[in-house]
Design a protein around this ligand. Structure first.
Ligand code: DX5
Ligand code: ZN
Length: 235
């Protein structure tokens, strides 16, 4: 990991895809009690990805359950329209796919104008060059470490050089941008993702499947990421 700057805070952002949808409020409270930093809503429209998940009404209904920031990962074909609805539903950060709109610059500007923090997401095949002209509009870049659409997939380690390339670009330009990774983040993968330069981690399966419980899973991921970050800065 390029280490010219101070280490950025490690954030654990649980995907609620594996949660029990019939009691989402309770699930969010359990995640808050387990020490997560934000809630990551994987929004899917069944068009951009072959799955459908959370409408803005679901998120609005859950807004009062916890004080944690909500971030919406919009895997949708119409981000221009839907971004406003997810801001109104109570999301503090909206991330849209660079591949989902020709008017990426305009969409990100509208997220900022709507009072939310903006982020951009890229799928595994999309290069960093596709987003280099909009980095001034975002607080975060999400680099997918799986092909979007489903939880429980295998981590794509070949995304790590892309994370490192982005980290270097951010440092060279003196920008204040987090790098988030999403997909297959687990005890066995989070250290390498951190060393590459990520500091925000979306995890679904690794949290909900830990036999020792959510709090253990969150603490374990955080400890591993912080150790890797320290190691990189010690080098
Ligand atoms: C894919 C989703 C998943 C999910 C995380 O579209 O974005 O990456 O959040 O899934 P796990 O942590 O189970 O790989
Ligand atoms: Zn996601």
């Amino acid at each position: 990991m390029p280490t010219d700057a101070a280490p950025r805070p490690i954030h654990i952002a649980p995907s609620v895809l594996p949660a029990d949808f019939s009691k989402m409020g309770d699930e969010l409270r359990a995640l808050a009690d387990a020490g997560v930093d934000r809630i990551h809503w994987d929004v899917m429209d069944g068009q951009f990805v072959p799955n459908m998940t959370f409408g803005p009404g679901m998120i609005a209904a859950c807004r009062a359950a916890v004080d944690l920031p909500f971030e919406a990962h919009l895997m949708v074909n119409t981000p221009e329209v839907l971004l406003h609805e997810y801001i109104e539903a109570g999301c503090q950060l909206i991330t849209i796919h660079a591949e989902s709109t020709v008017h990426l610059h305009r969409c990100l500007s509208e997220i900022n104008a709507g009072g939310s923090r903006a982020a951009v997401t890229i799928v595994p095949s999309t290069p960093i060059s596709a987003i280099e002209h909009i980095l001034d509009l975002v607080d975060m870049v999400l680099i997918m470490t799986v092909n979007p659409g489903f939880g429980g997939q295998a981590y794509i380690a070949s995304m790590e050089p892309k994370v490192a390339e982005l980290r270097r670009l951010i440092l060279d330009r003196g920008l204040d941008i987090d790098i988030e990774v999403d997909g297959g983040i687990a005890p066995s993968t989070i250290a390498d993702a951190t060393t590459a330069g990520a500091n925000v981690f979306v995890a679904g399966s690794a949290l909900f499947r830990d036999p020792a419980g959510l709090a253990h899973a969150v603490a374990d991921l955080r400890t591993r990421a912080e150790a890797a970050q320290h190691g990189a800065h010690a080098a």
